[in-house]
Design a protein around this ligand. Structure first.
Ligand SMILES: Nc1ccn([C@@H]2O[C@H](COP(=O)(O)OP(=O)(O)OP(=O)(O)O)[C@@H](O)[C@H]2O)c(=O)n1
Ligand SMILES: C[C@](O)(CO)[C@H](O)COP(=O)(O)O
Length: 230
């Protein structure tokens, strides 16, 4: 039986509005390397990566400075208006090349701390689930606010997880789920939500606390603190 292939999609066409700054946050340096390049380096060092499809803004000129701008395993596609559109554009490329049964992992360029050992944990879950994601059980007490920014009520955290990435599925499943979700007008903020909407079982695989998404400036400080402990 041929070795199972895993494609990788890195959505990296965002503007980083919440992060601020003069350029898109995926090009912010963390220990001298851009957030995006941290992700690319990790997946390039994972032996099962088949190809990496990076979705970039049409106006992106900074990827040319990436350490991996001309890497043979990396393909560039144009991103879209929302993250889901960027992912779907990358999948459209993969769909033309994928063999039946190929897997794909989608990982945010804004999550630079992922390690190959974390990818291995998710990859091993394919024996148990047809789709799975890294996620973290919620440990804080959860509050829902009212319009005045006051606690409206406490929400049980029982069974609540914070979704991370990578999110893994069969190429054909993810392509059809995202297309169906968009067609139905769903607000798709991660791959799992589209798969769930199609009735697919998506496994939850515990991811590391350090696999944070750099969304706000403070998140970059947190990432640096984690790296100091490595
Ligand atoms: N149209 C978009 C929007 C987002 N992303 C990517 O999706 C990932 C997660 O999105 P997020 O953290 O929200 O990044 P931004 O959209 O850039 O942030 P903001 O919402 O603050 O603008 C990022 O790697 C981002 O580059 C993308 O490829 N295409
Ligand atoms: C995909 C994701 O990282 C899972 O938590 C998250 O949904 C991305 O959200 P964003 O607003 O596009 O950063």
């Amino acid at each position: 039986m041929a070795a199972e292939r895993c494609w990788v999609v890195i959505p990296a066409a965002g503007v980083g509005q919440r992060f601020g700054g003069d350029f898109p946050k995926q090009y912010t340096k963390l220990r001298g390397r851009s957030l995006l390049d941290h992700c690319l380096a990790t997946f390039l060092s994972w032996p099962t990566t088949y190809k990496i499809v990076v979705a970039l803004s049409a106006s992106d000129r900074q990827f040319l400075e990436s350490d991996f701008a001309t890497h043979p395993k990396i393909v560039k596609v144009e991103g879209g208006a929302e993250r889901v559109n960027s992912v779907l554009n990358a999948l459209a490329y993969i769909d033309l090349q994928a063999d039946d049964g190929d897997w794909v992992m989608v990982h945010d360029a804004a999550r630079p701390m992922l390690q190959t050992r974390d990818i291995d944990v998710l990859w091993r879950a394919r024996s148990q689930y047809r789709a799975a994601i890294l996620a973290r059980p919620i440990s804080d007490t959860i509050k829902r606010s009212n319009r005045a920014g006051v606690i409206d009520r406490t929400v049980s955290r029982e069974g609540l997880w914070g979704a991370q990435t990578p999110q893994m599925a069969k190429v054909e499943d993810l392509c059809s789920a995202l297309r169906a979700g968009l067609q139905a007008g769903h607000n798709i903020t991660d791959e799992a939500s589209a798969l769930e909407a199609q009735g697919l079982e998506v496994g939850l695989v515990e991811g590391p606390a350090y696999n944070i998404k750099v969304t706000l400036p403070d998140d970059l400080h947190l990432a640096n603190l984690w790296l100091e402990r490595q």
